[in-house]
Write a protein that binds this ligand. Structure first.
Ligand code: MF3
Ligand code: CO
Ligand code: CO
Length: 254
């Protein structure tokens, strides 16, 4: 079932989402060659706690026998697509660093991610990063009551594939707010006029994962980290979005 949120609930998701976004603003100022992903995660953990919230990823149980997720954020570098575990890995000049933060504030979830370019990133990485952010915005611009989920996926897919990049299929956006992962699933590829019809009060993420090579992905042995199967670079941006009548509101802005 899909939860429709009222204005008070959307206000609370917005407050949580703003905090998650401010957390990414803060982390950007620390993102320099030499810092480890565990150090970045620590800064995120302290900021979230200081603001009276909790990190939704910490201790999160996925499926398939993986241990609970140990980080307050997911940090995924270069060919890592999503769900990278913070640890001893050091940031280097030229890295594409995806950081995904989900806060729980006053019981409500805000989920947002960005790709940061550290120093001198290869041209394909810059283009991938820009195309991914643009594709997320094109997907968001489809959101209004009466539109279909396939309209969102189609907008993202056609833009990205015209650039020669590919849309990861194995992971999708999701309803969010009252729980971390709610229905509906929100694919980042699809056909216009198909899929679930959007209604006012729906809140979900749009979080395209875009690969420079093909869309196939694999897991590392840690049970969490997802990498591109062909070793190509990957980028991701994510916002939490509400359907508001004939338009939308992004709930994860600073
Ligand atoms: N924040 C991720 C998402 O966008 C989910 C991370 S779950 C974790 O849905 F366990 F990997 F942290
Ligand atoms: Co999400
Ligand atoms: Co996320």
């Amino acid at each position: 079932m899909i939860y429709l949120k009222n204005t008070q609930q959307i206000d609370k998701i917005r407050r949580s989402g703003q905090l998650a976004s401010r957390c990414l603003d803060l982390i950007e100022t620390h993102l320099k060659p030499g810092i480890t992903t565990a150090e970045l995660d620590k800064i995120i953990a302290v900021f979230i706690k200081k603001n009276g919230a909790k990190a939704a990823t910490l201790g999160y149980k996925g499926g398939g026998g993986a241990p609970p997720f140990p980080g307050s954020s997911c940090i995924s570098i270069n060919d890592q697509v999503v769900h990278g575990i913070p640890g001893p890995m050091t940031i280097k000049d030229g890295d594409l660093v995806k950081i995904d933060v989900t806060t729980i504030l006053d019981g409500f979830f805000g989920d947002t991610a960005r790709t940061f370019m550290v120093g001198q990133v290869p041209k394909v990485g810059v283009e991938l990063c820009q195309a991914t952010q643009k594709s997320m915005m094109l997907g968001i611009e489809q959101v209004k009551a009466g539109a279909r989920l396939g309209d969102i996926g189609h907008a993202i897919q056609t833009y990205v594939e015209a650039k020669g990049f590919s849309v990861v299929r194995a992971f999708v956006g999701h309803g969010v707010g009252i729980k971390f992962h709610e229905l509906p699933n929100v694919p980042h590829h699809g056909s216009p006029g198909t899929g679930y019809r959007l209604k006012s009060g729906m809140v979900f993420t749009i979080e395209p994962m875009i690969n420079a090579g093909n869309y196939e992905v694999e897991y590392l042995n840690d049970g969490w980290t997802v990498v591109t199967a062909d070793g190509s670079l990957s980028a991701q941006f994510e916002h939490t979005v509400a359907v508001v009548g004939s338009s939308y509101e992004i709930l994860t802005l600073s």
